[in-house]
Design a protein around this ligand. Structure first.
Ligand SMILES: C[S@@+](CC[C@H](N)C(=O)[O-])C[C@H]1O[C@@H](n2cnc3c(N)ncnc32)[C@H](O)[C@@H]1O
Length: 444
């Protein structure tokens, strides 16, 4: 079937593009019978529990009404890995232990190091790792790794991983999550005066530490502090230095808690490999054909927001002190959803952006399939954003691209995003696929 975007002779108008996309989206909405509200979070959680268990044990039974699960074996493995059970075999699970320690189901370990836009819920990453039954010895890739939720969660589960992202700021955060644990306790022994001196050094664009990791940590805490003051007046009374000190003490507290947690549970934290790179060319990042056991990833949703520009303070600062050399516009030119194809003549900017976005999304799936081992697994977390009041069927398109490049659909779980005021995104889907057994080159 040929669609609007495959028309060779004429590019569609912007209005035609939106009409086509929104009509396509409508086809996938259930219209008859009784339909669950999208806010039924509990239902999604039961589905996630089922997903996890399906990868970890056989013959289990979920009794949703009584909040109980029945299975007869694999207790120890499940207790150490599962993200949706509190008690296994009458003992607390590792997950309930870590969230009790940090007081949050998602902001545990270093996951909350920096407020990176559009980051994953670590619990979902853990759920996917379990549903794929990945273990020590396997290799996970996230080619849209952002601030490194996949790589950090894999590391906490003793599994090797590689994270690639185009955004150098995301990569600094992902690297920090990897490296902070290996600093010495005495590196964190800083009093208020030390921290004020460090802040003043940063204000004057002077290097604070010889140690690269400590310096990176303070840079990110400094940018986070500065950014907070541009966004809200809430901290005006507190002042920049106090907020900076608070942020450092939070990270120090995380460091102490993770160390304690890893020791108690005898976890061998597996440092990830974090690289700057483009999802459309994973070869340049050194990822060979058929080298990856599983991909867990979330492409950018289509937004007209400027996610790169959000970090302008950091880019300007890091360029000025010679820490890196990145032109923000160069990053935008490669960033899915912001990139504008140069080979689409005579159309308005938004039209070009939408066409480029879907074209690159497809290419990125093709590239992921190239690097996946036969019989490897892929999970894509994706949502449908709204543009000028029209919904873009990004989820459906992603699903079709995956099938086109030979993946086998296992299951989809819809996760409602509650409490989000902006209803442009009502939730996200977790699309799960299996690679195929036979020769890929015949299929591509
Ligand atoms: C939805 S976010 C993923 C966030 C990530 N899951 C996390 O937890 O931080 C999408 C990511 O795709 C990255 N990205 C956009 N275009 C890219 C490209 N061409 N190659 C690699 N990464 C890209 C963005 O920088 C952003 O970090």
């Amino acid at each position: 079937m040929q669609n609007l975007f495959e028309t060779k002779t004429r590019y569609p108008s912007f209005e035609e593009i939106l009409k086509e996309y929104s009509e396509e989206a409508n086809n996938y909405q259930p219209k008859e019978g009784n339909v669950f509200g999208f806010w039924m979070q509990t239902l999604a959680d039961i589905q996630f529990l089922d997903l996890e268990l399906s990868g970890m044990t056989k013959d289990y039974k979920i009794d949703a009404i009584n909040h109980k699960v029945y299975f007869n074996n694999d207790y120890e493995n499940i207790r150490k890995r599962i993200a949706h059970l509190d008690i296994v075999d009458s003992k607390p699970t590792l997950y309930s232990n870590i969230i009790d320690l940090f007081g949050d189901t998602n902001a545990y370990a270093f996951h909350n190091l920096y407020p990176y836009k559009g980051k994953f819920y670590p619990r979902i990453v853990r759920t996917i790792i379990n549903s794929f039954n990945l273990k020590n010895g396997d290799l996970i890739l996230d080619p849209y790794n952002g601030c490194g939720t996949t790589t950090h969660e894999a590391a906490l589960m003793c599994i090797d991983s590689i994270g690639i992202d185009i955004n150098p700021i995301g990569n600094i955060i992902a690297e920090l999550k990897n490296e902070l644990l290996f600093l010495k306790e005495k590196d964190f022994e800083l009093n208020i005066n030390d921290l004020i001196t460090i802040f003043n050094y940063l204000e004057n664009k002077k290097r604070t530490h010889k140690n690269e990791i400590m310096f990176k940590l303070f840079l990110m805490l400094y940018f986070d502090t500065k950014d907070a003051f541009t966004r809200t007046t809430r901290y005006n009374k507190k002042g920049e230095r106090s907020l900076f000190i608070e942020k450092f003490n939070y990270i120090k507290d995380c460091y102490i808690k993770i160390k304690q947690f890893l020791k108690e549970w005898d976890i061998d934290y597996k440092k990830a490999t974090v690289k700057e790179g483009n999802v459309l060319d994973l070869k340049s990042s050194g990822i060979d054909d058929e080298s990856i056991d599983a991909i867990i990833t979330s492409p950018p949703y289509y937004f007209s927001l400027d996610y790169v520009g959000k970090d302008k303070i950091a880019y300007d600062y890091l360029n000025e002190i010679g820490f890196f050399n990145h032109n923000m516009q160069d990053v935008k030119n490669e960033y899915l959803g912001m990139k504008v194809g140069t080979d689409i003549p005579g159309k308005r900017l938004l039209e070009k952006k939408v066409i480029t976005y879907f074209r690159d999304l497809e290419k990125s799936i093709q590239e992921m399939v190239r690097v996946l081992k036969p019989n490897g697994k892929i999970a894509v977390v994706i949502g449908d954003s709204t543009l000028n009041g029209k919904k873009l069927p990004t989820t459906q398109r992603t699903y079709e691209f995956c099938l086109k490049y030979g993946l086998k659909h296992i299951r989809t779980v819809f996760n409602p995003l509650l409490g989000v005021r902006n209803r442009a995104i009502r939730g996200e889907s977790i699309l799960l696929f299996n690679g195929y057994m036979h020769n890929k080159s015949e299929q591509l």
